[in-house]
Design a protein around this ligand. Structure first.
Ligand SMILES: [Zn+2]
Length: 275
């Protein structure tokens, strides 16, 4: 099942003046998890967000970026889960990669082990890893005339997560703080994760770019809060393992990519590492 690949979804999500926001979403089918990576196209250059997971999607994302005919100025990596950075080794080794210092040191220390752990992916895994070399810290920066706001969010879907906002465009790159139309990757930090999502609902932003699934609005942010609340309550009631999975699948039949359960459940219920 892992070896199945199908067409990605590519779209221009927003155009304002000189700026176009593009998204590239890998397959929702088979055991894929609809990895969403994005491009901020400005007058002279491109900024990318995340690098895709499997080889064919990373290549296709790079091909699409190249087809826009502007140089890729940099790529921001949101966090250390491999489905966001495996593709860097496939298709972005020539691009300056920016990440939080914690993400950089994780990939430096554990990236190669993580790559070998995914041997079952065969040719779909990269044949080498790329360690981000440029550190991002919280704050504001203007790149090619567009104002960016960077933030470091701790203890949610991952220990350290980078968010990127474009305050003048109302665009919020949430990556894995938001799962759009797909099942969420759950951790033990659902309380704090819900708080972060509640702040998003009260923000001035209206376009939310997730790490999985299609671009979203505040209604989807609210649905993620509801999903996390239901999961937290089910676990509080003693559901675990397959019983928990069955409950969530029945409660959210409309959500795609159930393959994510098998990725996080050993960690959440099996006492394996935290994230
Ligand atoms: Zn992810």
């Amino acid at each position: 099942m892992l070896a199945q690949v199908s067409d990605p979804i590519i779209m221009v999500v927003k155009q304002t003046g000189d700026v176009r926001i593009h998204t590239f979403v890998s397959s929702f089918a088979y055991s894929n998890i609809a990895n969403a990576t994005h491009i901020i196209e400005t007058r002279n250059q491109l900024v990318l967000v995340d690098g895709q997971f499997l080889v064919p999607y990373a290549r296709a994302f790079r091909d699409y970026a190249d087809s826009l005919g502007k140089p890729i100025e940099r790529l921001y990596l949101s966090h250390r889960h491999p489905d966001h950075w495996f593709g860097l080794g496939t298709a972005f080794s020539d691009i300056p990669i920016y990440a939080l210092p914690e993400t950089m040191s994780f990939i430096q220390e554990h990236g190669e082990a993580s790559r070998s752990d995914h041997w079952k992916l065969g040719d779909l895994a990269p044949d080498r890893i790329v360690v981000p070399k440029q550190a991002v810290s919280p704050g504001t920066e203007t790149i090619d005339g567009v104002r960016y706001l960077f933030d470091r969010v701790t203890e949610t879907e991952i220990d350290f997560h980078l968010t990127i906002r474009l305050p003048d465009l109302g665009v919020y790159f949430t990556q894995d703080l938001l799962y759009s139309g797909t099942h969420l990757y759950l951790t033990q930090h659902m309380d704090h994760w819900i708080q972060v999502l509640q702040e998003m609902l009260l923000s001035d932003y209206d376009l939310f770019m997730p790490g999985h699934g299609l671009p979203a609005d505040k209604n989807e942010v609210a649905r993620n809060i509801e999903y996390l609340s239901a999961a937290r309550q089910a676990i509080g009631n003693g559901l675990a393992g397959d019983a928990f999975k069955g409950f969530m699948l029945q409660r959210y039949p409309e959500r795609k990519c159930p393959g994510i359960f098998d990725i996080y459940m050993p960690r959440l219920f099996g006492g394996a590492s935290d994230y």
